[in-house]
Unconditional design. Structure first.
Length: 156
């Protein structure tokens, strides 16, 4: 089989793209939420220290309105560094899931996180790994909810 490799190209070093930031993750998750909720485009997402809570969506159920998403900036930097961009998008996909459901359950929010990742063509595994590391006993149900969201939105 001499000559079988004649068409191979020499390996070239990968050119790294610009590093993606927490703000990029917010904007990506927002863009998917905006497909379901035009008002979501205007919802403020701000970094504030939130001891114990890491990321939170605030909604006013009586006024049927989402108010803001707050997150711990230091924790998000850690997520980005240790789990990568897709995991950061998953976190904000989850929070926008709460916004869309005006609260909703953790599983509903995780389903939307999966849908967000699938819609953007991102791997859901890093976000699932994050859930397994941070959410204790109910982590497997949450990972299943992410997978269900991926399944619902993978083809759109
Ligand atoms: Zn949640």
């Amino acid at each position: 089989m001499a000559g079988a490799f004649v068409g191979c190209q020499p390996l070239r070093p990968a050119v790294p793209g610009p590093a993606r930031t927490v703000d990029d993750a917010i904007n990506a998750a927002r863009s998917v939420a905006a497909m379901a909720c035009a008002e979501c485009v205007a919802i403020p997402v701000v970094a504030v220290p939130i001891p114990g809570d890491l990321a939170v969506a605030f909604v006013n159920e009586s006024e049927q309105a989402a108010i803001a998403i707050h997150y711990d900036g230091e924790w998000m930097d850690t997520v980005l560094r240790r789990y990568g961009y897709a995991a950061a998008v998953g976190v904000f996909g989850h929070e926008f899931g709460h916004v869309l459901a005006l609260g909703g359950s953790e599983l509903e929010a995780d389903r939307w996180a999966g849908c967000t990742l699938a819609t953007l063509g991102l791997d859901a595994y890093p976000f699932s790994a994050l859930l397994l590391a941070f959410t204790g006993l109910d982590a497997e149900a949450r990972v299943d909810a992410v997978a269900a969201g991926v399944g619902e939105c993978a083809s759109r």
